[in-house]
Design a protein around this ligand. Structure first.
Ligand SMILES: [Zn+2]
Length: 61
């Protein structure tokens, strides 16, 4: 079982992007919401695409 208090971290660098963006949240869904907003505006990625979703979730540590 995942510890719900565990801090989840996302870094654009883990996607191979030359970007210093880093986001942390205790809730993975909250984290994904913020990350999706960032990649959409900063990287012109469409977070609604399944392959983009997959990439983003894989990058979450
Ligand atoms: Zn970025």
């Amino acid at each position: 079982m995942r510890d719900m208090q565990e801090i989840r971290t996302f870094r654009c660098k883990d996607l191979g992007l030359a970007c210093e963006f880093e986001e942390k949240a205790e809730d993975e869904n909250e984290l994904m919401k913020r990350v999706e907003g960032h990649v959409q505006t900063a990287h012109q990625m469409n977070p609604e695409l399944p392959e983009v979703q997959e990439k983003l979730r894989e990058a979450v540590k």
